[in-house]
Ligand binder design. Sequence first.
Ligand code: SF4
Length: 300
Amino acid sequence: MRAGPTEYREEPCRSALNRVTGMAFRWSLNPYTGCVHRCTFCYVRSFERRADRPSDERYGTTIRVKTNVPTVLRAELARRSWRGELVAIGAATDPYQPAEGRYRLTRACIQALGEARTPLSIVTRGPLVVRDVDVLQAAARRAAVDVNFSIPTLDADVWRRTEPGTAPPRQRLRALRTLVEAGIRAGVGLAPILPGISDRPDQLAAVVRAARDAGATHLWGNVLHLQPGTREHFLEHLARDWPEQAERYARLYRGTYLARADAEPIRRRIERLRAEHAIADRCQAPLAPPEEPEQLPLAI
Ligand code: SF4
């Protein structure tokens, strides 16, 4: 079944911040539900399955736009109980998917978090993030800000087959460079790495080298996980695109996770490459704190 045209549903939300357990952050924020990028390996498909929404080819064909999310967020940040903990933007959608060009909700949320001196972290595949350099800089003057570009591979064939809706990886690297030059911490999430498809030493080295050349302040990597919902969709595409890998994946992914003996060598290689290429925060001119009172740039 082929994906149909995208439907955008403008629906207000009742809460903006989601409490998260079992992750490195305790709060997440998703201005949209669904992601038009429709990556075959997308882990969000498993969330959709659990929420009884489609995780197959229909995933990403309906995007919920939380039109009031900046207003709701501001109210939540103003509560006396809010402790200013790290907020992860984009844990369950890409906050810089095309809809953000029109709705500017992620932008407005960054501005609200900055004004509330709340640290934030963004994960995206969308070069559109460079539009928001001004609000990111303003937020970074008040609290920790870091941007993570998901770049699992530079291999054009693998990218095209697994990420039907994203911008080319090199565009993400150019966006990364722009942010770093503006004083924003920006790095690369080399994930998900696909065993037998994007884990060759030369493929991994190419991403790490390119990240270093673009000025990445940090880099991390992870291998593919196949939760129910993601699993069926990914394996269906694998059988079509890399049929010679189907048997191997059936063996490797009897469960959700790759066995430690298979995953550890990949993780160690990334660690070595990161050290070899000296990926580190080389920002020479950290952003100065604002002189109070400061007017942050308008979100709209
Ligand atoms: S960009 Fe991220 S959220 Fe969007 S489909 Fe790809 S993996 Fe999923």
